[in-house]
Design a protein around this ligand. Structure first.
Ligand SMILES: Nc1ncnc2c1ncn2[C@@H]1O[C@H](COP(=O)(O)OP(=O)(O)OP(=O)(O)O)[C@@H](O)[C@H]1O
Length: 609
C-alpha cells in the first residue's frame, strides 16, 4: 500500500473502497433502508423522552393546573413515555436483527467470493503468500467488515441523528441556553482533533505489531517439531515474549489514549451541565425559562455527550474495517496468472498420453532459469523416469505438465495440442499426480480417496483398492474405509499417506500418471506392493516417475537424466549403464549404499542372536 493510499484508508475516506463496500451491500439494500428507517424512529423515540418530562413538569406540575388536570396529564405523559420506551426497545431489536442478517450475508458473500478467487490462483501466488496470511484475510478481515456492516455504520448514523436532533430541540427550547451550553464545543473539536491523530498512530502501530506476532506464532506452531527436535524452545519463547510484550505495549498505548479522551469528554460534558444549571437556575428564578426546560436541557446535554464518547470506539472500528477491506479487495483484484486461453477447448478425443517438450525454458523467478531448453518426447503408454541430483529440475518438469506454472519459452504438447490451448480443468483431470508428501483432508478414507468425485460410489472405491492390492492396508486401519483421517483423525505415517494419495490419483482414472518421489517414504515391503500395483496401473497408460532410488525405475522404457536444469543422458537402464556417465555413477553409489545397508543389517541381526 503506498503512502497516499495508506493515508486515505487511515482517514476512512477512500471513495473507491467505499463504493466497493457498497457494491457488496447492494443485494440487501431494501433491508438496509428499513434498518435505517427503524434507526431514525428509535432516535425519535429516545429524544422524545426528556421532552415528555419537560411537558409533565411545565404543564401539569404547576400550581395553576387543577388536581384532575394534573392527574390526566400525568397519565397521558406516562403512557406516551412508556410507549416511547417500549417502542425504542422493539425498534432496536428489529433493526439489530435486520443488520445482523445483512452483515452476516454480506460477509458470507465476501468470504465465498474470496475463497473462489483463491481456488483459481496460480501456484506462484501461494509460494508468495503464507497460509497464515490468507487465513487471516478470509476469517479475521472479513469479521472486521461484518462489524462495519452490522454495527458501525448504523450506530454512526444514529449518533449523528441524535446530535442533530438534540441540537434542533435545544435551539427550539432556548437559543441562549443552547449557545451557553455549547461554549464547550470549540474545546471538544480541539480534543477530537488531537485524539484522532493519536489514536490513528497507536492503531497503526498495534496492527503492525499484531501481524508480526501472528506470523511468528504461525511459523513457530508449524515448525514446532523442528523446534523441539533442536531444543530451541527457550529461544523461541524469548522471541515470542519480546513480540508479545511489544504488542502489549502497543495495546496499552491505545488504551491510554482512550482513557484520557473519554474522561476529558466527560469533563467537558459536566462543564456544559454546570453552565446549564448556573444560567438556567438564574433564568428560572427570573422566570425567563421554565424549570421543565432547564431539566430537559440537562438530560439532552448528557445524551449529546454520549455519542461523542462513543466516537473513540467508532473511529477504531472504522479504521480496522477499512484496513481489512483494503487488504481483502487487494487480494480479490489480484488476477490469476494461469488461466484459460480465450480460445481454450477440451481435448477433442480420449487422451492417448503423447507428451512433447519442445525447447522449453522455465524460471520460477524472473532471471533465475531452472529449466534450460528442454526437449523430449514421451510416446503413449510409455513409462519414463526422471533422475538427477537434488535441485536438478525434475519436479519442475512435472509442475509444468498440468500448468501449475507457465513456461517462458518453447511449447509443451499433449497429443499434439499445446497445453496452453487446453482448458485447465480438462488438462488437470487427464493428469494424475502422486506427490512425495501428499495432503490428507479431514474426513474418512473413502472421502480422501474420492475427493468429491461423485461418479464413484463407495463400492467403486473399494473395488479400485482391491484391484491394485491395497485393500489389506486400508482394512488394517482402525475403522477400515471409515477411519477418520486428517486433523481430528488418525495421523497416518508418511508411507500410509502416500498409499492414500496413490488411490486418490487412480480414482480419477487419469490418462497420464505422474509419481513425484511417490515411493520414497514407503518401506521395502510396501514398495513391492506398490510396484506391483504400479505395474498393473501403468500398463497402457503414460507414466512419468521421478525417483531418487534407481531400483524403482529400472524397468522404465526410458530414463532421462537431469543435471542443473538440463537433460544430460537418455536411454533405458542398460543403455545408460553402458554410457558410464552420471547415471552409471549414481547407480554405483546407490549399489554401494545398499550393500553397506545389507551388511549393517546382517551385523545387527548377528548381534541380536
Ligand atoms: N516454488 C519455487 N519457487 C522458486 N524456486 C523454486 C521453486 N521450486 C523449486 N525451485 C527451484 O528450482 C530448482 C529445481 O527444483 P526442483 O524441485 O525442480 O528440483 P528436483 O530435481 O525435483 O529436486 P528434488 O530431487 O530435491 O526434489 C531448484 O533450484 C529450486 O530451488
Amino acid at each position: 500500500m503506498n503512502i497516499h493510499k495508506e493515508k486515505q484508508v487511515a482517514n476512512g475516506l477512500d471513495r473507491e473502497l467505499l463504493s466497493k463496500l457498497l457494491a457488496f451491500a447492494k443485494p440487501y439494500w431494501k433491508k438496509i433502508v428499513v434498518a435505517f428507517v427503524l434507526a431514525g424512529l428509535f432516535v425519535a423515540a429516545t429524544l422524545v423522552q426528556p421532552y415528555l418530562i419537560k411537558v409533565a413538569i411545565d404543564d401539569y406540575l404547576t400550581v395553576e393546573s387543577s388536581l384532575q388536570e394534573s392527574f390526566q396529564g400525568f397519565v397521558i405523559v406516562g403512557v406516551l413515555f412508556l410507549i416511547s420506551v417500549i417502542g425504542a426497545a422493539v425498534l432496536t431489536y428489529y433493526q439489530d436483527r435486520l443488520l445482523q442478517f445483512t452483515g452476516q450475508s454480506v460477509i458470507f458473500d465476501i468470504r465465498e467470493k474470496l475463497f473462489r478467487h483463491l481456488s483459481k490462483m496460480h501456484m506462484q501466488f501461494f509460494d508468495r503468500n503464507p497460509v497464515g496470511r490468507l487465513v487471516t484475510r478470509v476469517t479475521h478481515d472479513t469479521e472486521a467488515l461484518n462489524q462495519l456492516y452490522s454495527q458501525v455504520i448504523v450506530n454512526l448514523v444514529k449518533e449523528v441523528l441524535i446530535l442533530v436532533g438534540i441540537f434542533i430541540i435545544l435551539i427550539n427550547m432556548s437559543v441562549t441556553l443552547t449557545l451557553i451550553s455549547f461554549t464547550v464545543i470549540p474545546f471538544l473539536i480541539i480534543l477530537v482533533y488531537f485524539y484522532k491523530s493519536l489514536v490513528r498512530r497507536a492503531h497503526r502501530y498495534t496492527r503492525l505489531v499484531l501481524s508480526r506476532l501472528n506470523s511468528n506464532l504461525a511459523e513457530n506452531l508449524s515448525g514446532m517439531r523442528i523446534i523441539q527436535f533442536f531444543t530451541r524452545e527457550r529461544r523461541q519463547i524469548r522471541q515470542f515474549d519480546h513480540l508479545n510484550n511489544e504488542h502489549y505495549r502497543a495495546g496499552m498505548r491505545g488504551t491510554v489514549v482512550n482513557s484520557i479522551f473519554n474522561p476529558a469528554i466527560g469533563f467537558l460534558g459536566n462543564i456544559a451541565l454546570a453552565l446549564i444549571i448556573w444560567y438556567g437556575g438564574i433564568a428560572v428564578i427570573d422566570s425567563a425559562l421554565t424549570f421543565g426546560v432547564v431539566y430537559a436541557f440537562t438530560h439532552y446535554i448528557r445524551q449529546f455527550f454520549q455519542p461523542i464518547m462513543a466516537l473513540a470506539d467508532r473511529y477504531n472500528q472504522i479504521q480496522t474495517a477499512m484496513a481489512s477491506a483494503e487488504r481483502i479487495f487487494e487480494l480479490m483484484e489480484e488476477e490469476p496468472v494461469i488461466k484459460d486461453h480465450p480460445k481454450a477447448r477440451n481435448f477433442p478425443r480420449a487422451v492417448q498420453g503423447d507428451i512433447q517438450f519442445k525447447s522449453v525454458s522455465f524460471a520460477y523467478v524472473e532471471g533465475e532459469t531452472v529449466l534450460k531448453n528442454i526437449s523430449f518426447h514421451i510416446r503413449p503408454g510409455e513409462t519414463v523416469a526422471f533422475v538427477g541430483a537434488t535441485g536438478a529440475g525434475k519436479s519442475s518438469i512435472i509442475n509444468l505438465i498440468n500448468r501449475f506454472y507457465d513456461i517462458q519459452a518453447g511449447a509443451i504438447e499433449i497429443d499434439g495440442m499445446d497445453i496452453k490451448k487446453v482448458k485447465i480443468a480438462d488438462l488437470r483431470t487427464k493428469v494424475g499426480i502422486i506427490q512425495q508428501d501428499p495432503f490428507i483432508f479431514t474426513g474418512d478414507v473413502i472421502y480422501n480417496i474420492r475427493l468429491h468425485n461423485d461418479h464413484l460410489s463407495d463400492e467403486d472405491v473399494k473395488e479400485l483398492t482391491r484391484s491394485i492390492g491395497l485393500e489389506e492396508f486400508v482394512l488394517s486401519l482402525p475403522n477400515g474405509y471409515n477411519t477418520r483421517l486428517g486433523e481430528q483423525g488418525v495421523i497416518l505415517s508418511s508411507g500410509q499417506r502416500q498409499l492414500i494419495s496413490f488411490l486418490r490419483a487412480l480414482a480419477f482414472d487419469p490418462d497420464i500418471l505422474i509419481l513425484d518421489e511417490a515411493t520414497s517414504n514407503i518401506d521395502t515391503e510396501t514398495e513391492e506392493l506398490v510396484q506391483k500395483a504400479l505395474y498393473r496401473i501403468s500398463e497402457g497408460r503414460t507414466t512419468i516417475i521421478v525417483a531418487h532410488r534407481l531400483s524403482t525405475i529400472k524397468h522404465a522404457d526410458n530414463i532421462i537424466v537431469m543435471d542443473r536444469g538440463e537433460i544430460r543422458e537418455t536411454g533405458d537402464h542398460y543403455d545408460l549403464l553402458k554410457q558410464r556417465g552420471i547415471y552409471h555413477r549414481l547407480y554405483q553409489i546407490q549399489n554401494k549404499e545398499s550393500i553397506m545397508e545389507k551388511r549393517m543389517s546382517g551385523i545387527g541381526k548377528g548381534m541380536k542372536v
